[in-house]
Design a protein around this ligand. Structure first.
Ligand code: CA
Length: 223
């Protein structure tokens, strides 16, 4: 389970990420709404923990702006505790609400409850030509045959499939594959790209994954 924590107080998001890790959640932290947009563009999250007062805007307005595209469940964390404010949050698409100060264990419990809820937010099947990926099941296939690849290679494939036909920068891939604070060796992304390319070649999708020198990587959409 991967959670995006959108919170501008670095100490708070770090504490929360640490606490959630103990409950089996991997978290990325975005300190601004712009950073949240970037993270969502390249990675898929099971839930979002959203502070409402961010340096570049209001979390509720952001939710409203993003309404057209499906978002994972949202747990709002906020100092705004009045009833009217809570109602406004629920109207804006917040799935649950916690008022600061809160216990990290309660955040984990609320997240588990949100993730158990059935809903219309089923993760999609991403596809480009013969390649497809069931995002929720973490299962990739080529022409219906299972593609046996590592978790990181699956993550990479997901990023490339989400932007099939467009160049994805190496930075964007790095952000999607690793927690923001992870130490990543300079050629880590290249190594994963080359392993994925080899798997795709072996599965008969030859020459679909391109390196655009100095820019990034592109997965052809042969649909
Ligand atoms: Ca804040």
């Amino acid at each position: 389970m991967r959670i995006l924590i959108v919170e501008d107080t670095a100490r708070l998001s770090a504490l929360l990420a640490e606490a959630l890790a103990k409950h089996g959640f991997a978290s990325d932290c975005a300190p601004t709404l712009a950073a949240a947009d970037e993270a969502i563009a390249v990675a898929s999250y099971d839930a979002i923990v959203l502070d409402l007062g961010l340096p570049d805007g209001d979390g509720l307005h952001w939710l409203d702006r993003r309404r057209s595209a499906p978002l994972p469940p949202v747990l709002a964390l906020t100092a705004r505790g009045t009833l009217a404010e809570r109602v406004a949050g629920l109207d804006a698409g917040v799935d649950d609400y916690l008022t600061k100060p809160f216990a990290a264990d309660e955040v984990a419990a609320r997240l588990r409850a949100l993730l158990r809820r059935p809903g219309p937010r089923a993760a999609p099947i991403l596809a480009a030509g013969p390649i497809s990926l069931d995002v929720a099941a973490r299962r990739a296939t080529v022409d219906g045959a299972a593609l046996e690849i590592s978790r990181r290679e699956l993550d990479l494939l997901e990023v490339l499939l989400r932007r099939a036909g467009s160049v994805v920068s190496k930075d964007a891939i790095e952000t999607a594959l690793y927690s923001f604070d992870a130490e990543v060796t300079p050629n880590a992304v290249e190594a994963i790209v080359s392993r994925l390319r080899k798997h795709l070649d072996e599965a008969g999708v030859t020459g679909a994954l391109h390196t655009i020198r100095g820019v990034g990587y592109l997965l052809e959409d042969r649909s």
